[in-house]
Design a protein around this ligand. Structure first.
Ligand code: ATP
Ligand code: MG
Length: 729
């Protein structure tokens, strides 16, 4: 047996890892070791059953989760073996099959991917052009829902009854035509086309010996189909999941897929795991209480293996700014009390929506606490990076009308919006791409019906020039000059981002390296850009761009250096699925945020809170401002305002004595700092007391932290509120 695959697994986990059953379902609560079991099974199949890594498909939902799984597997079987697994998000695995075998369904290798902003822009334009009354965001979501259900535009069109549905059917149809004309696939298409491919050409997956899926509760119908198709030759499937953590209903995830699987494969072996290895008893107790508010849910056993520990904190603060200040002060306090056992890496701030991060980011920035964001505003969303990516897209595949439209007048080339729209429409009618029409106009092969002034003609010529020459040497020059003009002060910082991206692009010139990057779902930053001057091969660039788009969808920036650097994590709760941290803060727990005002399934919102709470290992903080970011009154989330909930929480952060630090070190399997070191780091708190909690000055509220030596000789912590805020009113 490869070292230690089974050594720290319990009996039920061992059974799931080693069973000879073909189809296995592990349904179990958070922290019970499902992912650990799944990765151990992969290692077991490789080491004991001697399956070849390239014949094993492992799917999960986020890029970050995929990376963590890969890391865990690598520990057992080594990097060389692990990197050959087909492991990634559903979308990235589908992408690989499409790039490799897409020709069987008439797909060239050069297709691009429309990211969510591309898709939305296309829908918006269609709506505007036809003067429809439908909301663009809503229509885009609806297209995605139809696709997720496997209903294409023709099917929808046939069934459309009323005027509203017929209008939507036309948008859907035109959207599909636009994608086709630009040689683009959207995210849903990746999965749909992969299904089509595997149906048309089953031989593509004839070598697949095992399929394993994490977070199965969040699969939708297409992913279910894809699962069957990946495994069509052997039906060897292991899935792990937890119905209580189903949080993607809003994206058509089907919890029914659990029972559907058992109907399709009646011999499915079901294994339950009942021990929680992640969280303290107190955290589990509180989380359990929240999820049990859903009375339709069957009761489940869940046993804590850790001690009861500190009760989670539930706190009200006067404003979002005060909440952020409190959070950062508490973080520093806990770090100091733990004798620096807890470092920024151990803390996560989980948010219902990315838009809530601003106050937290400001407070962290002011206090100099380094942080990384996952599932929020990402590297590839930054304006300067997006611009360069668009240039690269056009260089790579000029048929991408959406990208052409975005950059044709950036930097300004006197090509007005009206002209671009006119040319675009003209191109559409002619059945050619915007780029090829522009090229014809510039090179005198065609006289457009759209009015093109001499100044515009010059501008278009400049654009064509840039792209043609950039096709030889990438698109850095135009972007750099534009950035210099547009952001004179921040130019350097922004250009660093561009360089980082460029470095990655150049790294992508090595196809082997690129495939590894695609597999990793990560695009590492590379130092020493100057030293690397090789040009990028065409195919590598197109794969790279596909992966950029997926990395954006996968919702995160994976920072290569960040792995080592100490940084707090800010994430959406959705993006934190499957992950864990010693200390978790969930701010902005107010009605309208969680449950979200636009969510239509309250039970799903509750499960979301449950997912967030169960990410915490040792300490958990929930809080709400009494005014939201728009300064409107906010009240505590209904999930937390239920009778009885308060008894599971404390108002104040815990006073952590030396004995607590020792217990914490044991739980986290780390060396405990000496008592002297703990005492020393506590002193920094006393010294900083006066400046400890900078207030924004905007609130009449003043809350100062103060040492309270009165308690049992231990320096315990308490807060003196000059205007106390009721916590459980
Ligand atoms: P989630 O539902 O949140 O994804 P999960 O069921 O996948 O949770 P894991 O992430 O696999 O849970 O495990 C949670 C933690 O418990 C991890 O730190 C893991 O290493 C630890 N763990 C799991 N099983 C055991 C075990 N048998 N002994 C010791 N630690 C374990
Ligand atoms: Mg997991």
């Amino acid at each position: 047996m490869a070292t230690g695959i089974l050594s720290d697994l319990n009996e039920a986990q061992c059974e799931a890892v080693t069973t000879a059953a073909d189809v296995v379902q592990v349904l179990a609560p958070p922290g019970s070791g499902k992912t650990k079991t799944l990765t151990a099974r992969v290692a077991y199949l490789l080491a004991e059953r001697r399956l070849k890594p390239w014949n094993i498909i492992v799917c999960t939902f986020t890029v970050k989760a995929a990376n963590e799984m890969k890391e865990r597997i690598t520990k057992f079987v080594g990097h060389e073996c692990a990197k050959q697994l087909k492991l990634g998000t559903f979308h990235s695995v589908a992408l690989r099959y499409l790039k490799q075998y897409g020709q069987h369904i008439g797909l060239g290798k050069d297709f691009g991917i429309a990211d969510s902003s591309d898709s939305k822009a296309i829908v918006k334009r269609i709506i505007k052009k036809n003067d429809y009354s439908i909301d663009a965001g809503g229509a885009r979501g609806r297209i995605s829902t139809q696709k997720a259900k496997g209903i294409d535009n023709e099917q929808f069109s046939r069934k459309a009854k009323n005027v509203e549905q017929q209008e939507f059917a036309r948008i859907y149809q035109e959207y599909e035509e636009t994608l086709k004309a630009s040689n683009l696939l959207d995210y849903d298409d990746l999965l749909l086309r992969c299904c089509l491919l595997l149906r048309t050409e089953p031989a593509c997956v004839s070598n697949v010996e095992a399929l394993l899926i994490d977070e199965y509760q969040d699969t939708n119908n297409i992913q279910y189909d894809l699962m069957g198709l990946f495994a069509q030759h052997r039906n060897v499937i292991t899935i792990v999941g937890d119905p209580d953590q189903s949080i993607y209903g809003f994206r058509s995830a089907e919890i029914k897929n659990l029972t559907r699987m058992k109907q399709q494969w009646p011999d499915t072996l079901t294994i339950n795991l009942e021990e929680n290895y992640r969280s303290s008893g107190a955290i589990l107790h509180a989380a359990q209480h929240i999820i049990e508010q859903d009375e339709s849910r069957p009761p489940k056993k869940l046993q804590a293996t850790h001690t009861y520990g500190q009760r989670p904190v539930l706190r009200k603060l006067p404003s979002a700014a005060a909440e952020a200040d409190w959070l950062v002060a508490e973080l520093k306090r806990i770090q100091a009390l733990s004798g620096d056992l807890l470092q920024p890496n151990d803390f996560a701030v989980l948010l219902r929506s990315a838009a809530l991060s601003r106050a937290i980011e400001t407070a962290l920035g002011r206090e100099g606490v380094p942080y990384r964001m996952i599932g929020g505003l990402r590297f590839f969303d930054r304006a300067e990076v997006k611009l360069l990516v668009d240039y690269l897209r056009v260089v790579d595949a000029p048929g991408n009308n959406e990208a052409v439209e975005r950059i044709i007048n950036v930097p300004p080339r006197r090509v007005g919006e009206g002209t671009v729209k006119g040319l675009h429409e003209e191109a559409r009618l002619k059945g050619v791409s915007l780029w090829s029409l522009v090229l014809d106009v510039v090179q005198g092969r065609c006289k457009p019906t759209t009015k093109v002034t001499p100044a515009t003609q010059t501008g278009l010529a400049k654009f064509v020039d840039v792209i043609l020459s950039a096709q030889k040497k990438l698109a850095s020059v135009a972007a750099e000059n534009h950035l210099k003009r547009k952001f004179p002060d921040e130019y350097e910082a922004r250009w660093t981002n561009v360089e980082e991206l460029l470095a990655q692009t150049i790294e992508a010139s090595d196809p082997q390296r690129l495939i590894a990057m695609v597999d990793d779902g990560a695009l590492p930053s590379i130092e020493g850009l100057e030293r690397r001057t090789e040009s990028v091969s065409e195919n590598a660039l197109s794969l790279f761009l596909a992966n950029v788009t997926l990395a954006t969808a996968g919702a995160e920036k994976t920072e290569q250096d960040g792995e080592k650097a100490q940084q707090l994590t800010i994430s959406t709760i959705h993006g934190a699925k499957g992950l864990e941290w010693p200390v978790v803060f969930i701010p902005a727990c107010y009605d309208g945020s969680i449950p979200h005002s636009r969510a239509d399934d309250n039970d799903e919102e509750r499960r979301l809170l449950y997912v967030g709470m169960t990410r915490a290992q040792a300490l958990l903080y929930l809080s709400t401002p009494l005014r939201n970011s728009q300064r409107e009154e906010a009240s505590m989330s209904t999930f937390l305002a239920q009778p009885g909930v308060a008894s599971f929480f404390e108002e104040h952060g815990p006073s952590i004595a030396a004995a607590d630090v020792r217990a914490l070190a044991k739980t986290l399997r780390r060396d405990c700092p000496s008592d002297d070191a703990i005492a020393e780091s506590k002193k920094t708190l006393e010294r900083d007391e006066d400046n400890y909690w900078p207030l924004t000055g905007e609130e009449p509220f003043e809350e100062r932290a103060k040492w309270d030596h009165s308690k049992s000789g231990n320096a315990a912590w308490s807060f003196r509120d000059t205007r106390p805020v009721a916590v459980f009113s």
